[in-house]
Design a protein around this ligand. Structure first.
Ligand code: NAD
Ligand code: ZN
Ligand code: ZN
Length: 344
């Protein structure tokens, strides 16, 4: 009989996760088994557990795409990693490797891409099965706990900022200063950008200032678009991480003429854009979805160098339902990381 592990499982959309035992998977040819040390809790895990998006995972499944751990077993033919390596099992779990998007290093949009904690079981469990060709390689000197938020919140904001095209000395507005946003602020400062942080929570904005934001705006009080325009003349780049639809129209409105507004937040639904302003101001609005493996190595290097440090609250796996509840209500300061050394 297969050995068992503790896991948090989505059995039905919109219901609390079930904390129970699950068979420890055996790595097949070309696969590896990772013993989880830590796993961050991303707002995407909440969307997954609620079945928020048109592409839905199939319950029962194990969420979590910021899982970091040690390679403990190799399937046949694996040469990319060895036992004892510290790796991360990210959202981009695997891709075909040869379609036009993979060839351009845009694997997240590969139509055969698999997603960790979504179409494949993820890191809310003591062991994770992974594809060694797509795992993140955690640099020496970065702990599992500190690495966890980097492999989703970090890569997504690092890549998203690059996609704005903003250059050193220019302004970026970062809308949503939670798990993603608090790292976005740090990446932007490390890139030599001026940062305007936008949130609806004064505590998040105080944290943003502490992390280097040059200017903050509370989108709940007054007109956030007017406030950003007055201070910056319009941000050259805007990165919207807020899981809230009103932030999207506002973000487009904050964009400077010829600037780029990058959408990464994923609340379910649609938003209307002021067409005349977008056209007449030559504004680019683009989506961005995590990043490729090179982006992963780069954003981890910033963290290993100490240029970017995730703010972390540790919790045990058994607290996942309370963590989800708080995340839904905006009651997590930055990132919760599940600490598997706390489990027995
Ligand atoms: P989070 O809950 O940690 O942070 C969200 C922040 O947005 C909070 O600080 C909250 O106060 C703030 N906020 C809420 N409404 C706002 C508004 N109207 N204006 C400004 N700020 C507002 O969530 P997170 O883990 O940072 O994830 C954010 C979103 O990004 C989610 O929708 C998630 O699914 C998505 N995401 C996308 C990608 C991608 O590749 N595109 C990757 C990871 C996460
Ligand atoms: Zn994520
Ligand atoms: Zn492909």
């Amino acid at each position: 009989m297969a050995k068992k592990m503790h896991a948090a499982i989505v059995t039905e959309f919109g219901k609390p996760l079930s904390l129970r035992e699950w068979d420890i998977p055996t790595p097949g040819p070309g696969q590896i088994l990772v013993k989880t040390e830590a796993c961050g809790v991303c707002h995407t895990d909440l969307h997954a557990a609620r079945g928020d998006w048109p592409l839905k995972p199939t319950p029962p499944f194990i969420p979590g795409h910021e899982g970091i751990g040690i390679v403990v077993a190799l399937g046949t033919g694996v040469t990319a990693v060895k036992e004892g390596d510290r790796v991360g099992v990210p959202w981009l779990y695997s891709a075909c490797g040869h379609c036009e998007y993979c060839l351009q290093a845009f694997e997240p949009v590969c139509s055969e891409a698999e997603f960790g904690g979504y179409t494949k079981n993820g890191g809310f469990a003591e062991y994770i099965l992974a594809d060694p060709n797509y795992v993140a390689h955690i640099p020496e000197g970065l702990t599992a706990i500190n690495a966890a938020p980097i492999i989703c919140a970090g890569i997504t904001t690092y890549k998203g900022l690059k996609e704005t095209g903003a250059r050193p000395g220019e302004w970026v507005a970062i809308s949503g200063c939670g798990g993603l946003g608090h790292l976005a602020i740090q990446y932007a400062k490390a890139m030599g950008l001026y940062v305007c942080a936008v949130d609806i929570d004064d505590e998040k904005l105080a944290q943003a200032t502490r992390l280097g934001a040059d200017f903050t705006v509370n989108a709940k009080s007054g007109d956030p678009v007017a406030a950003v325009m007055k201070e910056t003349g319009g941000a050259h780049g805007v990165l919207i991480t807020a899981p809230s639809l009103p932030a999207f129209k506002q973000g487009v409105g904050m964009t400077r003429k010829r600037g780029t507004c990058v959408l990464v937040g994923l609340p379910p639904g649609e938003f209307a854009m002021p067409l005349f302003d977008v056209v007449a101001n030559c504004i680019t609005v683009r989506g961005s979805f995590v990043g490729n493996r090179k982006d992963m190595a780069e954003c981890l290097a910033f963290a290993a160098d100490g240029a970017v440090t995730a703010e972390i609250e540790l919790q045990p796996l058994s607290a996942i339902n309370q963590v989800f509840d708080r995340l839904q209500h905006g009651d997590v300061a930055a990132r919760v990381v599940l600490d598997f050394s706390a489990e027995t």
